[in-house]
Design a protein around this ligand. Structure first.
Ligand code: URA
Length: 238
């Protein structure tokens, strides 16, 4: 980002006021006086105005281990994922997409609408992998059907997806596995698996794109995304 924009976004003044301040040598970047308002700066640079550090008005990017029993909404009559955040940290956070109330696992929250849009837009084809436990007898050709796309009663069949079976016990009528989908339709995993003959009894999202749930997070805990995780989620091109 340009230095003058960075300073203006941080509330130092208007774009022309900060340009003046830069020309008056009141701004340093990494301890060097800078006189070019167009200099490219990054969040990690140490930027000072009148010798005081200036923090960027940073957007928030959070990974949460969503527990079952709360809804992905900012307001609801029942418990929401934001109820896990102290008031002071909620700010303008909202969940990126939705997990069902009984689904656990990786949930992203942000105050950056473009970030959320780019991850959720069906056109961006961001893979989401779910671990499931299900009851019933899985169709013998479930993998192949899912790989081709199946009719779950919507306008269009589902996009090609990947089913990986971890355990399958026909006597106990139980199946566990992973399903990777690149869409985000209503109850999509449960509906797809129902079409394949089984009822999902437990569902947990393990990853979004190349970002995997940090298993050191207990259910209900959250942390900021690392720069590397953020970069991986945004490198698909905005
Ligand atoms: N698919 C579902 O059925 N439920 C979820 O919460 C997410 C994907």
């Amino acid at each position: 980002m340009r230095l003058d924009k960075f300073l203006a976004d941080a509330g130092i003044g208007t774009r022309s006021e900060v340009k003046n301040a830069i020309r008056k040598k009141l701004v340093t970047v990494n301890a060097q006086i800078v006189t070019d308002p167009g200099m490219a700066v990054k969040d990690s640079d140490d930027i000072c105005y009148r010798s005081e550090p200036v923090g960027a008005a940073k957007a928030q990017y959070i990974m949460m281990h969503k527990p079952a029993g709360c809804v992905c909404a900012t307001k609801d009559a029942g418990k929401t994922v934001l109820d896990y955040f102290p008031e002071k940290d909620r700010k303008k956070l909202f969940p990126v997409g939705r997990l069902d109330k009984d689904t656990e696992g990786l949930l992203l929250l942000t105050d950056d609408g473009m970030f959320a849009h780019n991850l959720m837009s069906p056109r961006k084809h961001v893979d989401k992998t779910y671990y499931f436990e299900a009851e019933g007898i899985l169709l013998a050709d479930a993998k192949e059907q899912i790989a081709e796309g199946i009719d779950i009663g919507d306008e269009k069949p589902t996009a090609p997806a990947v089913l990986e079976i971890v355990t399958c016990d026909e006597t106990a009528r139980s199946v566990t596995g992973h399903l990777t989908i690149c869409e985000g339709r209503y109850h999509q995993v449960k509906r797809m698996m129902a079409k394949m003959g089984v009822t999902v009894t437990y569902l947990k999202r393990m990853s979004i794109g190349d970002v995997v749930l940090d298993e050191t997070l207990e259910k209900g805990q959250y942390r900021s995304l690392t720069q590397e995780e953020y970069d991986r989620l945004t490198s698909g091109g905005k």
